[in-house]
Design a protein around this ligand. Structure first.
Ligand code: ZN
Length: 416
């Protein structure tokens, strides 16, 4: 385990490096770093150099992930992979993803400094794309590792009409070699991701660290209530087929019934378009998004059925119509129980008690879990705000995190 003095040095270095990476952005104000962009290239170069300084052999893989390897005491041994992503959403915080890469580099730094080799190799990976900000497809970096890239993705375009294929070529990658980024199952034994919590739970519990049990699955729908637009002055209230009123009735149903099914289920309408959108016209149509997330696929299925059925009932009662289309779904991902226990015990030893919590946000670990056991730990986010420049952590939390993370990695390597 990293000692307290080393952890203080490392925590300060991680903070300094987070600030340094925050300056690599395509925006004048705020942090935005997109997959296969010039900023992606700069970050890979910088992080690659930090990996080298920590004693790793470094390469950029065939989908643009930056990968460092610290050999074990044996030749050709399998590896434990530690990592997260280096891309961001638009106007992001400076810790989301980045922390998982920089803290992992510190673990290797101290092993190398103390000339310690373990019985497994350690690989640190900075994934090039997790957020999907540029091309609308998430987890492109980690899906390179699992070999689950789809050919048709190459034709997806960014907002300027540049395809992934063109962007890869411009970045210096060869699209014919994408498959070479995939890794043999036997070469990796486990994946651990350290990440900032993107909600307020650890802050509310006054704990620096927690262990993730499940990464929530999600369903997304485009929905529409269709009524009848009309004159805002001449149509009496009881003759109206107001699509927005139907939506409002349904929205209160969503609020009251979602967590009744399960306390960890959440449902959000983040987009709403009221048509025709004029002050003096009754809304004839309301288009909106529905995003639901939860810890089990069966719960997601049950909640989506309940909510969509109720929308139909409300529409029928009001002589409107309702339609929807599902356009996205991911399954809930359970973190490996054995890894959860080791992470939990390591944290508990250092901070007295530990919180088990689900992740409502997606992570690289979702893709990795298709091939290897995954474990995740969260560090407290002081405002509980993420995907936002206000995202924050404090130095003391980072110090204890580095100790707990390195302690857990050592234990995992010895027990696995
Ligand atoms: Zn993230």
């Amino acid at each position: 385990m990293i000692g307290i003095d080393e952890a203080i040095i490392s925590a300060k270095r991680v903070m300094f490096r987070c600030n340094k990476l925050a300056k690599i952005t395509c925006m004048k104000i705020g942090i935005t770093r997109l997959y296969l962009s010039p900023e992606h290239s700069l970050v890979n170069e910088l992080v690659g150099n930090w990996m080298k300084k920590a004693g790793m052999i470094v390469r950029q893989d065939e989908v643009g992930n930056i990968c460092g390897r610290y050999e074990s005491k044996y030749i050709n041994s399998p590896a434990i992979v530690l990592g997260s992503h280096l891309d961001t959403v638009r106007n992001a915080g400076r810790y989301d993803g980045i922390l998982g890469v920089l803290t992992a580099i510190e673990i290797v730094y101290w092993l190398n400094k103390n000339q310690t080799r373990l019985k497994l190799a350690i690989e640190v990976i900075g994934f090039g794309d997790e957020e999907g900000t540029r091309f609308g497809i998430t987890l492109l970096g980690s899906r390179g590792l699992t070999g689950t890239w789809k050919k048709e993705w190459l034709l997806y375009t960014d907002k300027d009409g540049i395809t992934i294929s063109e962007a890869m070529t411009n970045f210096g990658l060869d699209i014919r070699k994408i498959k070479d980024a995939s890794r043999n199952i036997k070469d990796i034994v486990a994946y651990i991701e350290f990440h900032i919590e993107q909600g307020p739970c650890l802050d509310n519990e006054n704990l620096p660290l927690g262990v993730v049990t499940t990464i929530h699955g999600a369903r997304r729908f485009n929905c529409r209530f269709i009524g009848q637009s009309g004159h805002a002055g001449t149509v009496p209230m009881y003759y109206r087929k107001d699509a927005l009123v139907a939506f409002a009735e349904w929205m209160t149903f969503v609020e009251h019934n979602t967590c009744k099914k399960h306390p960890q289920l959440v449902a959000t309408v983040g987009f709403l378009n009221c048509k025709p959108g004029a002050t003096n016209v009754i809304p004839g149509e309301v288009d909106f998004s529905l995003d639901i997330r939860g810890p089990k696929d069966s719960l997601l299925e049950s909640l989506s059925t309940t909510l969509l059925k109720e929308a139909n009932i409300i529409a029928n009662n009001r002589k409107l119509s309702f339609e929807f289309k599902e356009y996205y779904r991911t399954s809930a991902t359970v973190c490996d129980i054995k890894l959860q226990k080791i992470l939990f015990n390591s944290i508990q030893e250092l901070q007295g008690r530990c919180l088990l919590l689900p992740s409502g946000a997606g992570h690289d670990a979702i893709a990795i879990a298709e091939c290897w056991p995954i474990g995740m730990l969260f560090i407290r986010n002081h405002l509980g705000i993420s995907h936002n420049p206000k995202e924050s952590i404090n130095l003391d939390d980072l110090i204890i995190s580095l100790q707990a993370y390195s302690y857990a990695v050592n234990k995992i390597i010895n027990k696995i």
